[in-house]
Design a protein around this ligand. Sequence first.
Ligand code: F6P
Length: 328
Amino acid sequence: MQRLAIITSGGDAPGMNAAIRAIVLSCHSKHIECFGFYHGYNGLMDDEYQLLTPDMVRPITQYGGTILKSARCPQMHHDSGLEKAARTLRRHHIDALIVIGGDGSFRGMMALQSFWSGRLIGVPATIDNDLACTDSTIGFATAVTTATQAIDKIRDTANAFERVFIVEVMGRHSGHIAFNVGLATAAESILSFENCPTDNLKHVERELIEKIQTQQQNNHSSFVIVLAENLWPEGPQGLKTALFDAAKIESAVCVLGYIQRGGSPAPEDRILATELGIEAVSAAISESGVMIGKVNGTLTRSSIIRATEQNKPVDQALHSVYQQMAYF
Ligand code: F6P
């Protein structure tokens, strides 16, 4: 292999820079030229790239975001866009493309397979941790740490004012962030897809009201609800209104939002990104259509189809820990 290209695609995740660095240094040691295309797949549409050298990536591990920029690319949903991306890769005689991103980015990669005969490798990076075939995705550990620190601060105010807080965390449609952060912050309630039937949220609401009222009768203290985004109709404001309308319970809302996606990566993410990046270059020499992961401490190469199509549920053990912590 002589030429490899990389892109970072979809939602940025802390640790993407560490993965870029690992790939570039690994290419350098193997005498492979490394092309960095900018703005995700858009860089392939617009032929916007730079040859990446070790000097360009040495001081970036500690930074969030991505030096290659990121974007979502609607053109990848159409044959014309896929053909355009393939043409760019052919024009530069690229042998392999490494995509650092989440499931949407990997779906684009699978679609590209029909238009380009080069090798395609995925490196899982998303704060949501919603990809199978890897215990953790790059960025997840940092997002959990950031959200935990934020809720610890909110808890001070919640305690001081003996207030109910509804804190919305990210995760798209999965509850990995919600459950991990909820447990780490000893949240009184975790509301996520995994433990709330979306067709019976009235029942969830009734149970929640009962829990808040029981706690308020027993002792005056704070009550933190960690709410997964996209779960409740009209989001945390909708839940706030529901609690007030049904039981006159006052609450404060805080949406953590994009602070969970930014910031200096946690050491776990830097290390994971470095390991996955190096392994991705090795895989790109002979394989295609695989995602690099780490399962039970071992680096793995799994079919990209399995990684995106298989569901990765929140660990059952976390559910049961949460159940056992409910003492009202
Ligand atoms: O996938 C990462 C993520 O931050 C999700 O948690 C969130 O739902 C989504 O991206 C937000 O996407 P956008 O950057 O397009 O607003």
